[in-house]
Design a protein around this ligand. Structure first.
Ligand SMILES: [Zn+2]
Length: 425
């Protein structure tokens, strides 16, 4: 999830070259306090525990490059705050016996994946395990939908009374304003302008973190360590439209107004079909599932095939028209990736969505177009990413845990009180 601190400390010149030059903006510069450094180290140690558990303090010191005394202090904090627990005592061949550390399984989050027709609510622990999940229909009006969601979440909470709920992570099929947290653009949900975060926080008395579904999928990849060592990646969610999530310099990037990465709405053919955004020939008019379905109907004259799943099934069964439509979609997808590589130069491009069920057909075409579109050098690595509601839910949980641990910890009342209590003692 984060870079190895040892690497960062010892290879400063390499990292400068690799990750760009850091410019200090004096109008918004914030001096690094010792507390900030401690918080960063603390998050790194927590990540090592999550990925290597059960792990001893000695191992953590070796893995992180931090002094044993620093590790001891951080571990004490993490235990005190309830993130981790001490477990078995292991006696090695030499030296003192070590107490093994693991993440606290009693610490959980509510994860919420809101779709146009349904929402899934789940209880997820710090290791990404699902303790339970339930589906409910999404009512049209946002207020009614939130009321329903709250009822369901309260039921789940009461079923897991022994657990500590950290908050709620929410993924939505649209863009979220990074400042107001209101939905900016959710064409299929029609909740534009609605503030889900405040509504849920008020009703549930838990901290809420919200982001779009493509970001949740990318975060899920990070959360499970599948992007270890990757600092620049782009995830393209191919569905009715094209959604994008950007990892730039190791951080999720949403830009000034939360709309960074709307590559799907960059016109690639001024004479192309009219897009829902008002422009002609947007990339998604050629590379989305909807585009493939349209192509298939045009080629075959068959209007009975109503959804992309049926189309992909036909392609898997080697139906010539379906294969042609999917190949046209793959070509458009690969060509449009030039926008992505020219803009962001990622080292990896991840594709999610139904189209990955025909990956054997799709991948060589996208790969060839991707390489042909490079301005220089070799193309980024092309892979598929975990998709579907499980990826979005675990990403939602990760969204909460990550932002919570790093940025919002001091605002968490019970923790602050605990910490204050301890420092006063
Ligand atoms: Zn458009």
């Amino acid at each position: 999830m984060k870079t190895s601190p040892g690497k960062r400390e010892t290879n400063a010149s390499v990292s400068m070259q690799q990750y760009g030059i850091r410019r200090i903006d004096l109008s918004s510069a914030q001096l690094a306090s010792s507390e900030m450094a401690r918080d960063i180290n603390r998050d790194i140690v927590l990540e090592f525990i999550r990925f290597r558990q059960p792990v001893s303090r000695v191992d953590l010191s070796r893995l992180s490059g931090l002094q044993p005394s620093t590790i001891s202090a951080i571990v004490e904090d993490l235990i005190d705050e309830g993130w981790i627990k001490e477990g078995a005592i292991v006696r090695g061949g030499r030296g003192r016996p070590s107490t093994m550390l693991s993440v606290n399984e009693d610490l959980v989050t509510l994860a919420l994946d809101i779709r146009p027709n349904q929402a899934i609510v789940a209880v997820v622990d710090l290791s990404g395990r699902f303790l339970s999940h339930e589906t409910i229909p999404t009512a049209t009006a946002p207020d009614a939908a939130v009321a329903k969601l709250v009822r369901k979440m309260n039921v789940l909470r009461s079923q897991h009374k022994e657990k500590t709920f950290e908050g709620i992570g929410v993924s939505v099929p649209g863009r979220v304003d990074p400042i107001t947290h209101r939905l900016l653009m959710a064409p299929n949900l029609k909740w534009d302008g609605f503030d889900i975060k405040s509504a849920l926080e008020k009703e549930m008395d838990l901290q809420v973190e919200i982001d779009n579904d493509a970001n949740a999928c990318l975060l899920s990849e990070l959360w499970f360590g599948r992007l270890e060592g990757v600092r620049n990646a782009v995830l393209i969610a191919v569905s009715e439209g094209l959604g994008t999530a950007i990892l730039a310099g190791g951080q999720l990037h949403s830009g000034f107004n939360g709309l960074a990465g709307e590559f799907g709405h960059i016109p690639i053919d001024p004479r192309g079909p009219l897009c829902g955004c008002g422009q002609r020939g947007c990339w998604e008019m050629f590379a989305s599932s909807r585009a493939a379905l349209k192509t298939y109907r045009k080629i075959s004259g068959n209007l009975q095939v109503k959804d992309v799943q049926s189309l992909l099934k036909l392609a898997q069964d080697k139906d010539p028209a379906a294969l042609k439509a999917i190949k046209a979609q793959a070509t458009a997808l690969g060509r449009g990736l030039r926008l992505v590589t020219a803009a962001l130069s990622p080292e990896r491009i991840l594709i999610t969505g139904e189209i990955t069920s025909c990956w054997d057909t799709v991948s060589p075409i996208v790969q060839a177009e991707l390489q042909a579109g490079m301005l220089a050098g070799s193309a980024p690595q092309l892979t598929t990413a975990g998709d579907g509601y499980l990826a979005r839910l675990s990403g939602s949980a990760a969204l909460l845990m990550q932002r919570h641990s790093r940025y919002h910890r001091s605002t968490h009342v019970s923790r602050t009180t605990k910490r204050e209590r301890r420092s006063k003692a």
